[in-house]
Unconditional design. Structure first.
Length: 396
């Protein structure tokens, strides 16, 4: 802790610390007061999920005596992994409540909510949370234990400096991610232009099972990796890192060399391999760039294309197109978190245009992919800067 900073319990700098309300499915309605759940709480960010919002009626709000939450309130998820992640509630143009597994924190004027949200992304905070969780299979933290978590309380001008600095780096990262998203949309539009509408693509080009167009298909190890507390040279990619066609470094977990070697014993990932997420927002995939070491984390798979049948770039785009995504949705075996079995993924139908046409497609998107790689590398550099400043402000 910095020499002139105070160290207080979380509850000591808040005017309100309370749990959300117990809302069952039967209590929900099609509109009314927005129900914010653990799935809306990202690691430092609010996930709007406007495509599938949940609500309760005014009558239910009054009957259950619910606690209303407001723009600027901080929410902490008491489960699931990572336990203790936090975000600030934005303006949703709706009245809001939150679910019982979320804790509401309303800070007093001496403490900026964003100071806590940034601190909640530090390894020190993660260790404190881990030391106060309960449960053998599904970890959680009680509100009482959450209130006792010690947090640094810098003078207000220092808090403002911390927030301004980390906001600036975060904004740079988000802008670069948006650039990659726009490039990804462009590449996918070229795919449809060249190979046709998803409804007619198989009739036009024929098909093969995914397992028959790959030299290798490797599933992630079905064990929890031994994670390092700080970044190492060995990133472990999970489905949560595969979003929007890029690898997200802000939530990356790392493993020690021994764990890395164990995880790559079946196959060492190399440039050109495709990493695919099979749970959550399944269908996200990235092509590994040159010079980066990775191992597979939870609920990911690796595909190595047989280049005598399919081009890497073509297979990547086919996997994230509606052509294959619709098959993944059809094979979803879970009611809450989307999940596709490995055996079903191996039987995904892949349209097979002539190889020269695939290679022509790859040439068209080559410049796009190079630009994506450059931006992705700059995102990694910006994330390293963010991590360094986090360590400066919140490290030991």
């Amino acid at each position: 802790m910095k020499h002139d900073w105070e160290n207080k319990k979380l509850g000591e700098v808040a005017s309100l610390v309370a749990d959300g309300d117990w809302i069952e499915s039967k209590d929900q309605s099609e509109d009314g007061i927005r129900l914010i759940q653990t799935g809306n709480i990202g690691n430092g960010v609010f996930k709007s999920k406007d495509d599938k919002p949940h609500y309760i009626s005014e009558e239910t709000f009054n009957r259950l005596g619910c606690t209303e939450i407001f723009e600027g309130d901080c929410l902490v998820s008491r489960l699931p992994d990572p336990v203790g992640r936090a975000c600030i509630i934005p303006n949703t143009d709706s009245r809001m409540i939150t679910a019982v597994d979320c804790s509401i924190i309303r800070f007093d004027k001496s403490y900026l909510p964003k100071t806590f949200v940034y601190y909640s992304r530090s390894s020190k905070y993660a260790t404190l949370i881990s030391n106060n969780t309960t449960g053998s299979t599904r970890k959680r933290i009680s509100r009482k234990n959450l209130e006792t978590i010690p947090i640094p309380v810098p003078p207000l001008p220092i808090q403002q400096q911390i927030v301004a600095e980390l906001d600036k780096v975060s904004e740079i990262i988000e802008k670069k991610k948006q650039q990659v998203k726009e490039l990804d949309t462009l590449a996918q539009s070229i795919f449809y232009d060249m190979f046709g509408d998803p409804d007619a693509i198989f009739e036009k080009w024929g098909q093969m099972d995914l397992i028959d167009v790959c030299d290798k298909i490797v599933d992630c190890p079905h064990t929890t990796p031994i994670k390092a507390g700080v970044p190492t040279p060995y990133p472990c990619i999970r489905t949560s890192e595969l979003k929007g066609g890029i690898i997200h470094w802000d939530s990356m977990q790392y493993v020690f060399e021994e764990e890395y070697q164990k995880r790559v014993s079946r196959l060492i990932p190399k440039a050109g391999d495709i990493i695919y997420g099979r749970e959550g927002s399944f269908g996200d995939a990235v092509i590994l760039p040159e010079g980066w070491q990775f191992c597979l984390g939870q609920r990911t798979m690796l595909f190595r294309a047989n280049n005598s049948i399919v081009n890497n770039s073509y297979l990547h785009r086919a996997l994230i197109s509606e052509v294959v995504l619709s098959q993944a949705k059809d094979k979803n075996v879970a009611s809450t978190v989307a999940h596709v079995n490995v055996k079903d993924i191996k039987r995904f139908k892949i349209p097979i245009p002539p190889l020269p046409l695939q290679q022509s497609f790859a040439q068209k998107v080559e410049a796009i992919e190079r630009q994506k790689e450059l931006i992705t590398a700059s995102i990694k550099e910006a994330q390293l800067l963010f991590d360094a400043r986090m360590d400066y402000w919140f490290g030991e």
